[in-house]
Design a protein. Structure first.
Length: 451
C-alpha cells in the first residue's frame, strides 16, 4: 500500500513540475523567490489533491471489504440451510419408507385382491369397447378405465361399479333390446335411429345391419344378400308378440365385416383387366353362336324327322332336297343315281357343320387367354416386388388378382363352349347319319323297282 502511495506521489510531482514549468513559461516570473513560492503553492495543492484521492481510495476499499464479508455470511447461511434441507429430505425419505412398509404390512392379502380387481376392470373395459351392448349404454367404461390405470386402492364405489357393469353385460347378452342410438350412415352423417340389438351378436337399423366401429354404430358399406336384409326388416317390424325368424352373426361382427371386404362380381371382373374383358367378349360371342347353331340344328332335325314319313320332296329341309334329287335322277342307272345322291348329301353337310369349328376354336382360345392374363399378372406382381419388396402384400394383390381372375374367366368361358359344341356337333353328326341312311334307302328302293 505504501509503495502504491509513493508511486502516486512521484507521478504527481512530475506533473507538478511540468505544470510549474508551463506556468512559469506563461507568467514568466521576474525573480527566483517568486518561482520558489509558486512551486511551494503548487506542491501544496498537489499534496492536498493526493491526500483527497488516497482517502477516497481507502474508503472504497473499506466498502468492498464490508460487502465481501456480507456475501461470505450469506454463503455460509445458504450452506447451512442446504445442509438442514438435506437432513430433512433424508429424514422424510426414511419416514416414507417406513410408512410404505407399514401400508404393505397392513394391506396383506388385500393388495393382491385389489390387483386382481384392477386387472378385471382392464379386461372388462377392453371387452366393452368392442361390445354392441355399449351402444345402448355409452360411456360406461370410463370408470373402469380410471380404475384400471389408478395406482391407488380402488374405492368401494369403484368395486360396486365393476360388479354392476359386469352383471349388466351378462344380463344384456341374453336380451333383445330396442333403443334409440346415434347411427352413422354411408354418407358419414350421424342421425338418431331406432336400433334393435340381439344380444351381443347383431344389431339392426332401418336400412339393414349395423356394426360397432370405434364405439360408433355404422351401417355396413355393403349389406349381405340371400334374404339377410329381409330377415333384418322382419326383426325391426316385429312388435314383440310371437316368434320371428332372423339372422345373427355368431362371430360378433367378423362375418358381417367379411361381407364388405368380399368383392362383387363386377369388382372381380374389373380385377382381370383388359384381358378379362376380352375373355368375356370371346365367351359371349362363342356361346351365342353355339346356342344359335344348336337351335338351328334342332329345328332342322325336327323338319327332317317330319320329312321321313313323307314321299313328296320339300325344299325346306335337307332330306326333302335329297328326295328331290332322287326324283330328278331316278330313271338313270344305279351308279349314276348313287353319285347324284352322294353329291346331294355332301352339299347338305357343310351348312349343318357351319360355325361349329369356330365354337371349338373359341373354346380352346379362352383358356389360353386366361393363361396369358396369368402370365401378365405375375409379371406385374414381380415388378411390384422388385420396386417395393415383400413388406406390404397389398402392393402385390393387384397382379395376383389379375392372374387368378383371368384364369378363372378362361376356364368359365371354355366349359360352356365345349359343352355347347358337343351338343351341336352331335346333332350335326346325327343329321348327317340320317341323310346318309335315307340316301342309301332311296338307292335300295330304286334297285328294287328296277328288278
Amino acid at each position: 500500500m505504501r509503495n502504491r502511495s509513493n508511486g502516486l506521489l512521484s507521478v504527481l510531482a512530475v506533473l507538478a513540475i511540468g505544470f510549474c514549468s508551463s506556468a512559469m513559461a506563461q507568467n514568466q516570473p521576474q525573480s527566483l523567490e517568486e518561482v520558489v513560492r509558486a512551486m511551494q503553492q503548487e506542491r501544496q495543492a498537489v499534496a492536498e489533491a493526493n491526500r483527497e484521492r488516497v482517502n477516497r481510495f481507502r474508503r472504497q476499499e473499506a466498502n468492498r471489504e464490508q460487502e465481501l464479508r456480507q456475501i461470505r455470511n450469506q454463503v455460509a447461511e445458504a450452506e447451512a440451510e442446504a445442509s438442514r434441507l438435506e437432513d430433512l429430505r433424508n429424514r422424510l425419505d426414511r419416514e416414507l419408507t417406513e410408512l410404505r412398509d407399514q401400508l404393505a404390512e397392513r394391506q396383506g392379502e388385500f393388495g393382491e385382491l385389489f390387483g386382481v380387481a384392477r386387472a378385471a376392470a382392464a379386461d372388462l373395459d377392453e371387452q366393452l369397447n368392442d361390445s354392441l351392448i355399449s351402444s345402448q349404454f355409452p360411456n360406461r367404461g370410463d370408470e373402469l378405465s380410471e380404475m384400471a390405470q389408478s395406482d391407488s386402492l380402488p374405492t368401494i364405489e369403484q368395486l360396486e361399479g365393476l360388479w354392476f357393469t359386469m352383471l349388466q353385460e351378462m344380463t344384456a347378452q341374453a336380451n333383445v333390446a330396442r333403443y334409440q342410438a346415434d347411427v352413422v350412415g354411408n354418407n358419414n352423417s350421424s342421425t338418431s335411429e331406432t336400433v334393435v340389438r340381439i344380444g351381443p351378436f347383431t344389431a339392426f337399423g332401418d336400412q339393414g345391419y349395423l356394426v360397432l366401429t370405434d364405439g360408433t354404430l355404422r351401417y355396413l358399406a355393403r349389406q349381405p344378400g340371400g334374404g339377410a336384409v329381409a330377415a333384418a326388416e322382419r326383426v325391426m317390424e316385429h312388435s314383440g308378440d310371437g316368434v320371428v325368424r332372423g339372422l345373427i352373426d355368431p362371430s360378433l361382427g367378423s362375418l358381417l365385416g367379411l361381407v364388405t371386404e368380399t368383392p362383387t362380381l363386377r369388382e372381380r371382373i374389373d380385377q382381370g383387366g383388359w384381358i378379362g374383358y376380352a375373355i368375356i367378349v370371346v365367351a359371349a360371342f362363342g356361346i351365342l353362336l353355339a346356342v344359335f347353331r344348336w337351335l338351328m340344328l334342332t329345328l332342322t332335325s325336327m323338319k327332317v324327322r317330319r320329312q321321313m314319313g313323307k314321299h313328296e320332296p320339300n325344299d325346306s329341309n335337307p332330306l326333302g332336297r335329297i328326295q328331290a334329287a332322287y326324283e330328278e335322277h331316278k330313271g338313270e342307272s344305279l351308279e349314276t343315281l348313287q353319285l347324284h345322291l352322294d353329291d346331294a348329301v355332301l352339299k347338305e353337310l357343310p351348312p349343318l357343320e357351319r360355325g361349329l369349328n369356330l365354337v371349338k376354336v373359341l373354346a380352346a382360345v379362352a383358356p389360353l387367354m386366361g393363361l396369358l392374363g396369368t402370365v401378365i399378372g405375375m409379371i406385374v406382381t414381380f415388378q411390384a416386388i422388385t420396386l417395393f419388396g415383400t413388406g406390404d402384400p397389398k402392393l402385390m394383390a393387384g397382379g395376383i388378382s389379375q392372374a387368378l381372375i383371368t384364369t378363372v374367366l378362361g376356364l368359365i368361358a371354355a366349359v360352356p363352349l365345349l359343352i355347347l359344341h358337343a351338343f351341336a356337333s352331335s346333332t350335326s353328326r346325327r343329321l348327317g347319319q340320317i341323310l346318309e341312311e335315307q340316301s342309301t334307302s332311296l338307292v335300295a328302293d330304286a334297285e328294287k323297282s328296277n328288278r
